[in-house]
Every structure is written in C-alpha cells, then in structure tokens.
Design a protein around this ligand. Structure first.
Ligand SMILES: NC(=O)c1ccc[n+]([C@@H]2O[C@H](COP(=O)([O-])OP(=O)(O)OC[C@H]3O[C@@H](n4cnc5c(N)ncnc54)[C@H](O)[C@@H]3O)[C@@H](O)[C@H]2O)c1
Length: 253
C-alpha cells in the first residue's frame, strides 16, 4: 500500500471520478474524508470504501461555502493530526457561447471551478507546511488546455485554474508541497448532462465521442482514478505544476 495512513480529503467524492479517486486512495491505505454536496452520496461512497475494507468518513460539504470548507479542513486536521492529500475535485459545467452564457453562469463557474479550489488549497497549505509537505490535486479538464465549441464559462475557468495550480506549485515547492492539475477528457458521468443538452441528446454525444476522440471511446472512471493516485502519491514525487491530460488523444487531434 503506497498511501498507508495518509489522510486525504476528496471533494465531489459522491459520484463519478471523485468517487473513483476516493476509492483508489483508500485501497492504497489512505484515510479518506469524503466531502460531497450530497450527504446521501457522501455516505454511499464512504460505505463502498468501508465495505471494501478501507477507511473513510462522510463529511457532506458545499465547497462554495467558505465557512463549511474551513470547518471540514479544521475538523479533519483536529481528528487526524495531518492532511497529506487534497483532491479538490467538484466542478460545474455551464454550457453556452458568449451570447448564451449569462454573467451569473460565469460567476457560478468561477465560484466552483476556481474559487472553491483556491479556498481549499489556501486552507490546507498551513497544515502541509507544518508537517513537511503534501500533495494538492485540483481537477481541471482537458478543456483547460484547448478550445471547444460553445463552452465559454467552462473553458475559461478550467484554463484559469491550471494557471493557479502552476503558481501554487511554484510558490510552495520549497515547502515540499506539490500541486498538480488533473485534466480528464470524456468520462461518462452525470456531469456531462449540460454538454449533452447542448449537443442535442445522448445519441449525438455518443457519436461525438466516437468520432472526435482519437481512441474512439470514453475514458473509464478507473483510468482517471489511476492518474489521481499517481498525482496524490509519491509516485509523482518530483512532479509539480503539471497539468496531466488523460483524454484518449483529444487534445492533440
Ligand atoms: N465527466 C467528465 O467527462 C469530466 C471531464 C473533465 C473534467 N471533469 C471534471 O470532473 C468534475 C466532475 O466530476 P464527475 O464527472 O465525476 O461528475 P459527477 O457529476 O459524477 O460528480 C460530481 C459530484 O460533485 C458534487 N458537487 C457538485 N457541486 C458541489 C459542491 N458545491 N460541493 C461539493 N460537492 C459538489 C456532486 O454532488 C456530485 O456528487 C468536475 O470538476 C469536472 O470539470 C469531468
């Protein structure tokens, strides 16, 4: 086990990629704090982990609420004495081009896709400094490294957070705190509902994935979870400020 007794907080861990990441971290020995907006889904993920023999605690949290995030991080540190890994994962997709996205849609995107990551990282860094290091993984998207049609708020915020990750990495490398961005391509989770709407339905989305991704398919959650484990663990011990793209070749097509 490569994460034995490490303490990991995973936001948005109640579904999809966040849950897959929480599961793999726990399988490698980490104590995982499952922080999802939904208390039901937080409980479900924690149960899946504990049933499989891992250690997890459900801590339902709305990461856009600064006070709730502060409490999550303070309570985790008080209970476990350290925070080794932060996977700040929860995000939002607001579809539309410049004329279609409202200013409110852009603000909502910023709030979750940039500001919540900023607050979470800001709150864990003092603990990581005090204990001699840690790994921060922030979920961006392959949409943060290229342009896409009609997803202005998503592309803008996912690109912004990659620059934030690089700046955190630069400023905190001397404290042995690494910070990297996770940039998945298409993964079949409920998250893609706005994109599916924009494209015109499930069949159109399936066709898009088959035709556009060089590997001709979706990524599985497990394939992305492997990269989360890599970034969170010492396997990537000399890697910081990187945007790791896992997208079946979409960004090079
Ligand atoms: N699925 C994809 O194709 C894909 C591709 C690239 C990047 N991403 C990124 O992955 C993340 C979404 O993950 P997913 O695809 O597994 O989605 P998902 O819809 O399966 O799960 C998202 C989870 O985040 C939680 N959440 C939403 N708002 C929250 C909040 N304010 N506080 C705490 N939790 C909240 C939801 O309750 C849900 O359980 C986003 O950051 C997204 O940009 C997804």
């Amino acid at each position: 086990m490569i994460l034995k007794d490490r303490v990991a907080i995973v936001t948005g861990a109640g579904s999809g990629i966040g849950r897959g990441g929480a599961e793999i971290l726990a399988r490698e020995g980490a104590i995982v704090i499952v922080a999802d907006l939904s208390s039901e889904r937080s409980d479900e993920t924690a149960l899946i982990i504990t049933k499989a023999g891992g250690r997890a605690e459900a801590r339902p949290t709305d990461v856009t609420d600064e006070g709730a995030l502060a409490k999550l991080i303070a309570d985790t540190h008080a209970a476990h004495g350290r925070i080794d890994i932060l996977h700040s994962h929860a995000g939002i997709q607001v579809e539309g081009s410049l004329e279609e996205v409202s200013a409110k849609g852009l603000d909502q995107s910023y709030q979750l896709n940039v500001r919540a990551h900023f607050v979470a990282a800001k709150l864990v860094v003092p603990h990581m400094k005090g204990q001699g290091g840690g790994s921060i993984v922030i979920t961006s998207s392959n949409s943060g490294v290229f342009l896409d049609k009609g997803m202005l708020a998503y592309i803008t915020t996912k690109a912004a957070v990659i620059m934030m990750v690089k700046q955190i990495a630069l400023d905190y490398a001397k404290f042995n705190i690494r910070c990297n961005a996770l940039c998945p391509g298409w993964v079949d989770t409920p998250f893609n509902a706005p994109y599916m709407r924009q494209m015109g339905g499930r069949a159109e989305l399936e066709k898009y994935v088959a035709d556009t991704i060089p590997m001709g398919r979706w990524a599985s959650i497990e394939e992305i979870a492997e990269s989360i484990l890599y970034l969170a663990s010492d396997r990537s011990s000399f890697m910081t400020g990187h945007a790791l793209v896992i997208d079946g070749g979409e960004c090079i097509a």
